[in-house]
Design a protein around this ligand. Structure first.
Ligand code: MBD
Ligand code: FE
Length: 278
């Protein structure tokens, strides 16, 4: 038996795991162990700090419920979800619309709505027109694509944070030219849930915890890669400092008022087009 030291222990750990049958699991766990050991050596991790870190992760798990996923939020505020999304975008077609964070407020079965209808008939705030086209990589419209949309109201809250009824969300189908259009309200920037261990971390780091105003989309069509993304409003004060790092330049738009291209006349317009790859 060798005398273990802080470096030999890494080789010994990898050796012990070398019997892993699944090749990808072996690759994932070997790298995780190497990076975790390097991390502990780099910061000279103290035993009490290891315990505090494990206590934090335990609290993150304990905060999770059917409607609250604190671990996903943790992966988002550390930028990890965006690293993974960016790598996934690289695998696809470079012309496809960039992905962005799904977030914790997605509901898998939103109300079916007709083109031109309001996304939020119960919200009393000035309306805007939200519209665009779903296209393939040659610029041809994709008819009958499914466009799911969800957003906060003019005060920065999702329907599920206020009441049981679904509002501010819906599922549309594009017309024969691949176009979608609807009425909605201007979303407002929003604070991530701050009443859990992730919120404690954000405060300890002196971060504001806000997301810039955004509207979520999940766009799908048969034979095309679906895209989970969001549009972000340029004039938001948090556009450069999104707490979950979901913003990228190609997803930023302005609301135009007046908007001569708006398919719903007399409403300010927000245009957002999508490109799907095969
Ligand atoms: C949100 O609205 C959101 O989109 C994400 C990713 C995290 C917290 C709140
Ligand atoms: Fe959101």
């Amino acid at each position: 038996m060798r005398e273990l030291d802080q470096d030999i222990i890494t080789d010994v750990s990898l050796e012990q795991m070398s019997s892993t049958g699944d090749r990808r699991l072996k690759e994932l766990m070997d790298a995780a162990v190497r990076h975790l050991h390097d991390y502990a050596r780099e910061v000279d991790l103290k035993p009490a700090e290891l315990l505090a870190g494990l206590r934090f992760l335990t609290e993150v798990g304990q905060k999770c419920t059917a409607h609250r996923q604190e671990f996903i939020l943790l992966s988002e505020v550390l930028g990890l979800e965006t690293v993974v999304n960016t790598l996934n975008d690289l695998r696809g077609n470079e012309r496809a619309t960039r992905t962005s964070i799904l977030g914790p407020f997605y509901v898998s079965d939103p109300p079916p709505l007709e083109l031109g209808q309001s996304l939020c008939p119960h919200v009393k705030a000035p309306e805007i027109a939200l519209y665009g086209r779903v296209m393939d990589t040659t610029g041809s419209g994709i008819p009958n694509a499914t466009v799911e949309i969800w957003q906060t109201d003019e005060e920065g809250l999702y329907d599920v944070q206020r009441h049981e009824e679904l509002d501010l969300r819906g599922r549309f189908h594009t017309n024969p030219e691949g176009r979608y259009y609807l009425r909605t309200v201007r979303p407002l920037g929003y604070s991530i849930p701050m009443d859990g261990p992730v919120g404690d971390l954000i405060r300890a780091q002196g971060r504001h915890g806000m997301r810039p105003a955004h509207i979520h989309f999940l766009v799908r069509a048969p034979d095309y890669c679906g895209v989970t993304t969001a549009v972000y409003l340029r004039n938001d004060r948090y556009i450069e400092s999104d707490t979950v790092l979901g913003v990228t330049e190609s997803l930023i738009r302005d609301i135009k008022d007046p908007d001569p291209f708006s398919p719903l006349p007399n409403l300010p317009g927000l245009q957002f087009d999508f490109t799907l790859c095969r």
